[in-house]
Design a protein around this ligand. Sequence first.
Ligand code: MIC
Ligand code: SF4
Length: 644
Amino acid sequence: MKQNLTQKILSQHLVSGELTCGSEISIRIDQTLTQDSTGTMAYLQFEAMGIDTVKTKKSVAYIDHNTLQSGFENADDHAYIQSVALKHGISVSKPGNGICHQIHLERFGVPGQTLLGSDSHTPTGGGLGMLAIGAGGLDVAVAMGGGALYLSMPKVVKCELKGKLSKNVSAKDIILEVLRRLSVKGGVGKVIEYTGEGVQTLSVPERATITNMGAELGATTSLFPSDKNTQAFLQAQGRGGDYVPLAADEGAEYDESLSIDLSALRPLAACPHSPDNVHSIQALIRDKGKIKVDQVCVGSCTNASYLDLMRVAAVLKGKTVHPDVSFTVSPGSKQVFTMMAQNGSLADLIDAGARILECACGPCIGMGQSPKTGAVSVRTFNRNFYARSGTASADVYLVSPETAAFTALNGYLTDPAQEKEIPIITPPARFLVNDNLILNPADFKNIQVIRGPNIKPFPKNTALSDTLSGKLLTLLEDNITTDHIMPSDSKLLPYRSNIPHLADYCLRPADPDFAQKAKTHGGGFIAAGTNYGQGSSREHAALVPLYLGVKAVIAKSFARIHKDNLINNGILPLTFANADDYAKLSVLDELQLSGVRAQILKGDTLTIVNKTKNYTFTVTLEISKRLKQVVVDGGVLAHIGARK
Ligand code: MIC
Ligand code: SF4
């Protein structure tokens, strides 16, 4: 049978199941990655599993998110991660080495292998032809221990790229166009596979920009073939031996398809507050006039490659950033940073007025550089969710590096297609390779795990009760993100290993009184619209509600990673059988489910009694038999314990 590339990689890694859409499969995981803001929890969970050494081909613990050390907390987390990782056979990428996805692409990704990462942008590896998937920390901990990843077989969408990008139009504009067409929920349950002659016009880092931001579609992952450009990239990284050619079979079938004419594409921007609120910059200027800009930030795992930053430097060379713009640059990795220092382009950026930040996530996750009140901030990042910048009143636009560079000079949102052509920058024949900030476990013996006072135990669930009752604590709208559920900024990120501290901030951007209500009523239920839990993979968005006594979330639909995180922690992700029932609910209605365990194990529907309004409604829990047992046991750790 003719296979698409997704099917090929999946069948080579298949442990159980059949590749039919929607059915549960499990796959072998070759590599894992964690980062520090999800890593502490993932390693605490890994330790709880009692496994000595990881069973993967390669596992790397990156420290790249929580790098502002304004108290002891982040440094405590770093020390814990470094020691626990080395002890268990995991390589460590020290702070200063760069952003996990950029480094993994440069130094570790292998075409055709599987990668599971405790970060939603793990699909960046798809730019190299890897099947790279983001997940919660617990799933990654299981994979490190040699366990398979269970997922429901996604639909495979063919995205055919035709032609070639025109002047100053960028790979970022391609993914913004896909987001414009498919929306932030358009990719749920799907893999986006890129094909067509346009693929050959894109280098690996450009492909990685596209697969990275495919996370914003809600997609399981995105995938490019492995071809001559992949080979050139790996050779330039001194890893030519990792190259394998990979492509879909000629005439392979896909579940859905779309096609993009690259030559017709114009520079785009995702407007506040959603990555799919995409408009052409030309149209924005036409409709709104000049949009004055206060801040421009270049960086993040989407757009901080050597090519991206060299283009920005080429625009800024010999010029000065607009007087009203604060302009920051965070290189994606030490490799990028050093190469730009050596070839002088870093000097061009500094000279033009760039505020050079360390190579880390930085402003993308609100680790510093929050803009001023009511600011317009133009960023090359991948998420512009409400309040994520750390300034709730700010308007964040997501654009390409080319758009960002001209905007920084002009002081207003600028269409780069109307500016002079940026000289073509060819990928280097040889990147500068120096892995001295990667610690290898083989070089460290008799490691003691360092647990500073910021490392607190995490909440564990117990077997599901047969009767669940309590108040409906909140009624939320569509597209609630995990940034709403568990906000992150420079003040909160240091407490990622301290769930009791985080609890007070749960859902604050969406419902400021939520934590108080949950505490007053001893827990209860959450109800929401479609695509609940989109965005970050942070398991904290399940662990914190668990700590606050949330028993079930009832939504019109869920985002994949968050739904898995809820199940993994024994919270029921229930879907309204009839979406109209959402509107009948009011906050503080008393809800009750009885005979829950038997209902779950026997079928896919459950009945909820609204005791306040005296009616019943039906919800569904359409998950595999295996997951039903997990949730009934009280989550993955309780499930493993119960079955030992
Ligand atoms: C993000 O971009 O939101 C993060 C921070 O990288 C998260 C992980 C986290 O919340 O720690 C992600 O994308 O999964
Ligand atoms: Fe870091 Fe931002 Fe990428 Fe998340 S999206 S991994 S915070 S750079």
